[in-house]
Write a protein that binds this ligand. Structure first.
Ligand code: IMP
Length: 422
């Protein structure tokens, strides 16, 4: 096997970066294939906290090559800042970083449009990260986007930028246009050595038996097509998105590992059947430090939802799962897992596609015994309290996928690897 996809399987923030980092030592390539700087991937290692927005989480391993593939939208200014911040921390990756020339750009205009659209929507807003992600992807679909490769052709770039503003019924003043082009040119000078056709690079690497790790951003329930539309992000976050986002055929994805939190969280608006609007939710939020790493917003918190989890496992064709933040549930009384959805006297057979249906489902719960002990030092399943083991078994049975990894703390080594035990 030479490729693995690590995918967030709920509404994002499942601690995928921790899992990518844990598995990253064996990866020759770590690849971002969708999303943009809306993602906030946090890694704690050797007493240092790193937050990545566009740079793949494999960057901490000096031998890993990191790829931003064509399905990602790139804010060139934010990317330069991120690279410079990493260089400031002594992480040098100038000879192992690749950006696809076909990736779309996120420009200040997109951030303005994102902000404006959220304002206009008022109470119906999506609750975006306001990073301009939706408008940038919309422009790609409308064929008016500026792509990374355009930065190499100044005259063409100027024409495309003017056309982009016209498309949005905006006149760009000459001085503003010159300033934007100048900033883009300076950013490009710092990034141009990374630009290449990353699809070719990855296909060739796969043929040479190099190990490729595809790193999902956001989560399956935020997928543009199969998530809780319209409260979703604007890219395809599911395993199918890897093919279009990285330019590789389906057969090049050898294994899909889905990442689930031991409970649920969501930022932004939209239905959330197991949401806890009470002190249990508050306790989990505080214990789990559930505040967005990109926006700082408090995350909404709820019980583990096995109906949604089974849906996303099937959508992604998961081979196995990782359960993260199990340690946060120590000392939480009244633990429950959602096992079914009801609308009136009808038990639903599947996850509803319509937001109005999802908003009115009543969760059916299985009461679970809680546990008091702190578990961050446990390194094997046998060391966990019996109730924590039972909790994992129920998840495994309901999602119908084997659990391979359990995360019990922020640090790389605070991980129980069930494969290592076998
Ligand atoms: P956008 O991606 O900024 O357009 O936001 C659309 C929805 O996706 C909002 O509900 C955001 O809160 C959510 N979202 C975007 N990126 C992330 C992420 O990395 N983690 C969790 N939620 C996200």
């Amino acid at each position: 096997m030479s490729s693995l996809a690590v995918l967030g399987c709920m509404w994002g923030d499942e601690a995928k970066a921790k899992i990518v980092d844990y598995l990253g030592d064996r990866a020759d390539y770590v690849v971002r294939f969708q999303g943009g700087s809306n993602a906030g991937h946090t890694i704690h290692h050797a007493g240092q906290k790193y937050v990545f927005h566009s740079v793949p989480s494999g960057i901490l391993y000096p031998a890993s090559k990191c790829v931003i593939a064509s399905g990602v939208v790139i804010d060139p200014f934010a990317l330069v800042d991120e690279i410079e911040a990493l260089a400031g921390l002594g992480i040098d990756f100038t000879d192992r970083f690749y950006i696809d020339s076909r990736a779309g750009l996120v420009l200040p205009l997109h951030q303005e449009l994102d902000n404006r659209s959220e304002k206009l929507l008022g109470d119906s807003k999506i609750g975006t990260t306001k990073r301009g992600i939706g408008p940038a992807y919309a422009d790609i679909a409308s064929r008016v986007a500026i792509r990374f490769g355009d930065l190499a052709y100044p005259d063409w770039l100027k024409e495309r930028v003017v056309a982009l503003y016209l498309h949005h019924h905006q006149n760009v003043v000459k001085s503003e246009l010159e300033e934007l082009l100048d900033r883009l040119s300076k950013a490009y000078d710092k990034l141009k050595s990374f630009v290449c056709a990353t699809d070719e690079l990855l296909r060739a690497a796969y043929m040479e038996d190099q190990y490729i790790l595809f790193e999902g951003a956001q989560g399956t329930l935020l997928d543009l097509s199969y998530g809780t539309y319209p409260y979703v992000t604007s890219s395809n976050t599911i395993s199918g998105g890897i093919c279009t986002g990285a330019g590789i055929p389906p057969r090049m994805i050898d294994k899909c590992l889905g990442v689930y939190k031991a409970y649920s969280t969501r930022v932004g608006e939209g239905p959330f059947p197991t949401e806890l609007l009470n002190e249990i939710g508050d306790k989990i939020r505080i214990r789990g430090n559930e505040f967005g790493s990109t926006t700082g917003r408090p995350r909404r918190v709820g019980y583990f939802d096995a109906v949604a989890a089974a849906y996303t496992a099937n959508l992604n064709g998961l081979d196995a799962i990782a359960v993260t933040l199990l340690d946060v549930l120590s000392g939480v009384e009244d633990l429950k897992i959602c096992t079914g959805y009801w609308i009136g006297d009808r038990r639903l057979e599947s996850f509803p596609a319509h937001p109005l249906d999802l908003a009115q489902v009543k969760p059916e719960y299985l009461d679970m015994p809680g546990w008091e002990a702190e578990i961050s030092d446990c390194r094997s399943l046998g060391k966990l309290p019996k109730a924590a083991r039972e909790y994992l078994e129920v998840i495994q049975d309901l999602v119908q996928r084997p659990i391979e990894l359990v995360s019990v703390g922020k640090d790389r080594n605070q991980t129980i690897n069930l494969l290592a035990k076998k």
